[in-house]
Design a protein around this ligand. Structure first.
Ligand SMILES: [Zn+2]
Ligand SMILES: [Zn+2]
Length: 296
C-alpha cells in the first residue's frame, strides 16, 4: 500500500466513522461513496475482546482497494472494552491482548493510527491510573517492536474515572513512556467541551488549541474528532450530537475548518447517523462550505 503523503487535492481530509458491515473493504466504498477524503473504522467488533484473524483475502481487498487512493487518511478506533488504566485483573490481560491484536490488524491493513481512550482508573486515582497506562503502553511497545501503527491517545470527557480529560494527563503519559514517538494524540471536540474546555465560541476554541500546543504540542495532534456535544460544558458526560444541534455551535466548527494550524489534520465526524449516512453527507457539506465561504 502507498503510504506517501496525501495529494493536495484530497484536502481538507474530512470524513466520518464508517460502518464495516459486510467486510472491512466495504467501509472504503461507503466512505468514498459519500465523499469522504478520510475515514475511521473499527478493525473488529468494538464491543468484543477478540475476533478471528483477518484472512489474506480481507487484507488484500482492503489494502488494494481501487478507491483507497481517494482517501488521504484511514484511521482506526480501538474497541471499547480495552482499559489500560488498571492492572492485576483478568480484564487487564485481556486489554493488552485485545489492543495488541488491533495493532497487528492495523499493521496488516496499512493503517497508521489507532485511536485509544487512555483508560479508566476505576477509583484508584488519576496518578495511579496514569502510571498504569504508562506501564501498559511500555509493555505493548516492548512486546511489539517495529510496528508502523501509532496508538493515538484521545482526549476524553472525564466521565466516571476516565483518564485524559485534561491535556496535562495526556502530556504526563507522553512524558513518561519509554518510546513517546510511538504515540500520537486525537482531540475530540465534544469530549474536551464536556471536560470543561469552553470552545463554544471561536475565541474559546483558539484558547483551547493554544493550551493544547503549550501542554502537549500541536505537532503531536494527528486526528480531530469533530463532534457536537449534547452535554453541557464541564458536565463530564460523553454525548455526541449532530453539528448545528449541540452546545458548541457552528461558529467554532467554522473556525476549526479555516484554521491554518489545523489544515493538515484529518477531521472525522462521530455523530449520530442513519443507515444511509445522510447526516454525514449533510455535515460534510456544511463543513466544506465554511472553507469555500472563507476564500470568497
Ligand atoms: Zn473515542
Ligand atoms: Zn472521539
Amino acid at each position: 500500500m502507498n503510504n506517501s503523503p496525501p495529494s493536495a487535492d484530497l484536502f481538507p481530509l474530512l470524513g466520518s466513522h464508517v460502518p464495516t458491515i459486510g467486510g472491512l473493504a466495504k467501509a472504503i466504498d461507503r466512505g468514498v461513496g459519500i465523499g469522504c477524503t478520510a475515514i475511521q473504522i473499527f478493525v473488529k467488533n468494538n464491543m468484543q475482546w477478540f475476533a478471528k484473524p483477518l484472512s489474506q483475502q480481507e487484507i488484500i481487498l482492503f489494502t488494494e482497494h481501487p478507491q483507497r487512493k481517494r482517501l488521504g487518511a484511514v484511521v482506526a478506533h480501538a474497541g471499547y472494552l480495552i482499559n489500560l488504566g488498571v492492572e492485576g485483573s483478568e480484564n487487564h490481560e485481556k486489554s493488552l491482548r485485545s489492543l495488541a491484536d488491533e495493532m497487528l490488524r492495523c499493521e496488516q491493513l496499512g493503517i497508521r493510527s489507532l485511536v485509544l481512550h487512555p483508560g479508566s482508573h476505576l477509583g484508584a486515582g488519576i496518578e495511579m491510573g496514569i502510571a498504569c497506562v504508562v506501564r501498559n503502553l511500555d509493555r505493548l511497545h516492548a512486546e511489539h517492536p517495529g510496528l508502523q501503527v501509532r496508538i493515538t491517545l484521545e482526549t476524553t470527557a472525564g466521565q466516571g474515572a476516565c483518564i485524559g480529560a485534561r491535556f496535562e494527563e495526556i502530556a504526563l503519559i507522553l512524558a513518561a513512556v519509554k518510546d513517546p514517538l510511538r504515540l500520537e494524540v486525537c482531540l475530540d471536540t465534544a469530549h474536551s467541551f464536556a471536560a470543561g474546555y469552553d470552545l463554544s465560541a471561536p475565541s474559546g476554541a483558539e484558547n483551547m488549541f493554544s493550551e493544547f500546543d503549550r501542554v502537549i504540542g500541536l505537532g503531536r495532534l494527528s486526528i480531530l474528532h469533530l463532534n457536537e456535544s449534547k452535554a453541557p460544558l464541564g458536565s463530564r458526560i460523553d454525548r455526541h450530537d449532530n453539528l448545528g444541534k449541540g452546545k458548541i455551535g457552528l461558529e467554532t466548527f467554522r473556525w476549526i475548518m479555516t484554521s491554518e494550524d489545523l489544515s493538515r489534520i484529518p477531521k472525522i465526524l462521530e455523530t449520530p447517523k442513519g443507515k444511509d449516512l445522510a447526516e454525514d453527507i449533510e455535515a460534510m457539506a456544511l463543513l466544506r462550505s465554511f472553507i469555500l465561504g472563507n476564500s470568497i
